[in-house]
Design a protein around this ligand. Structure first.
Ligand code: ADP
Ligand code: MG
Length: 306
């Protein structure tokens, strides 16, 4: 099966390490130009999946195409279209930032301008510094720079901003959004759900080697998981109610109360709230029975509909 609109197709992907099923039948597509966030707790199988797509790991079974090619058989021309930022590399070489990037740029047929890449990752002031003398966050920027210097059609980012300070993270987001605007397809894993929400078009949530939800970021968890929550304090007692009509509820409460409400808040669950519910529901299901994906989604709906 080939879908020319897809940069990546994954069908029933499985990977076993001995008796451990690290990937237990995962299927998804990534469209060309799309940013797809693969989310899940530590050990869920994210890096295993990414590294199979990159051609770094063999799969046990399943069908995979990346830019139309089986990654197990991808040659140099295929590899040159990929940009790869592994979860842990931490370039530690005895060369400067500029030397390393210039060297790598020379390996690609259509590289980006090295100065532009250095500026894009905010390493202008450090370009003549030996990589081993950089801080962890600065080395991570070198990893990202090496990932984009080849002008990739498809960029893999495995926890790219772990260890960044908030300001660097925002700068990195700008960079990723500009690559996205240029049409780069991006597969991102991150533990920062705000990062996934800011950068991603769609997300897949993986737990225990299974995909437990997938869809556009603003539909993950289903509509019921997104129903706003009105909170207020009534004579010293904290109250909360979920409602699709929060303004109507607040107006009624104000009328009843004859004025302003103490501690009034109207909150919409964030991607992080929804993600935590989904993973917790999956883990409850996994520990009591061999619950299915549908089973854990049902649990979530019941809880959020209260
Ligand atoms: N080379 C390996 N040999 C044995 N087990 C591995 C290997 N790589 C990963 N695993 C196991 O596979 C599971 C998934 O790991 P990984 O893909 O790194 O998860 P994630 O990136 O989501 O944290 C974990 O239980 C991990 O311990
Ligand atoms: Mg990982």
């Amino acid at each position: 099966m080939t879908n020319h609109d897809s940069a990546v197709t994954v069908r029933d992907l499985r990977k076993s390490y001995g008796s451990l099923n690290a990937l237990d039948g995962v299927s998804f597509d990534i469209g060309r130009g799309e940013t797809f966030a693969l989310l899940g707790p530590n050990g869920a199988g994210k890096s295993t999946a990414i590294e199979i797509l990159e051609g770094y790991r063999d799969r046990t079974s399943g069908e995979v195409t990346v830019l139309g090619t089986d990654p197990g058989r991808g040659g140099l021309a295929w590899k040159a279209q990929l940009g790869i930022v592994l979860q842990s590399t931490g370039e530690s070489g005895n060369v400067t930032v500029r030397e390393q990037l210039t060297h790598f740029a020379g390996l690609y047929p259509n590289p980006r301008d090295v100065d532009e890449v250095i500026a894009a990752v905010g390493l202008e002031a450090k370009q003549k510094t030996l990589i081993r003398k950089l801080s962890g966050g600065q080395r991570r920027r070198v990893d990202v720079a090496l990932g984009i210097v080849g002008n990739p059609a498809l960029l893999f980012l495995d926890e790219p901003t772990t260890g960044f300070d908030p300001e660097s993270r925002r700068q990195f987001w700008e960079l990723i959004l500009s690559l996205k605007n240029e049409g780069t397809t991006i597969l991102l894993t991150t533990h920062y759900l705000d990062e996934a929400a800011h950068l991603g078009d769609r997300a897949g949530i993986i737990a225990g080697g299974k995909l437990i939800d997938i869809g556009p970021i603003d539909t993950i968890g289903g509509a019921d998981a997104r129903v706003p929550l009105v909170r207020w304090v009534d004579r010293g007692v904290a109250r909360e109610q979920r409602t699709t009509e929060p303004a109507t509820l607040v107006a009624a409460l104000v009328r009843e109360n004859g004025g302003e409400l103490d501690g009034l808040e109207v909150v919409r669950p964030s991607l992080e709230d929804i993600y935590l519910e989904l993973v917790a529901a999956y883990e409850r299901g996994a520990s009591t029975s061999s619950a299915t994906v549908g089973g854990s989604a049902t649990v979530l709906e019941k809880e959020t509909a209260k």
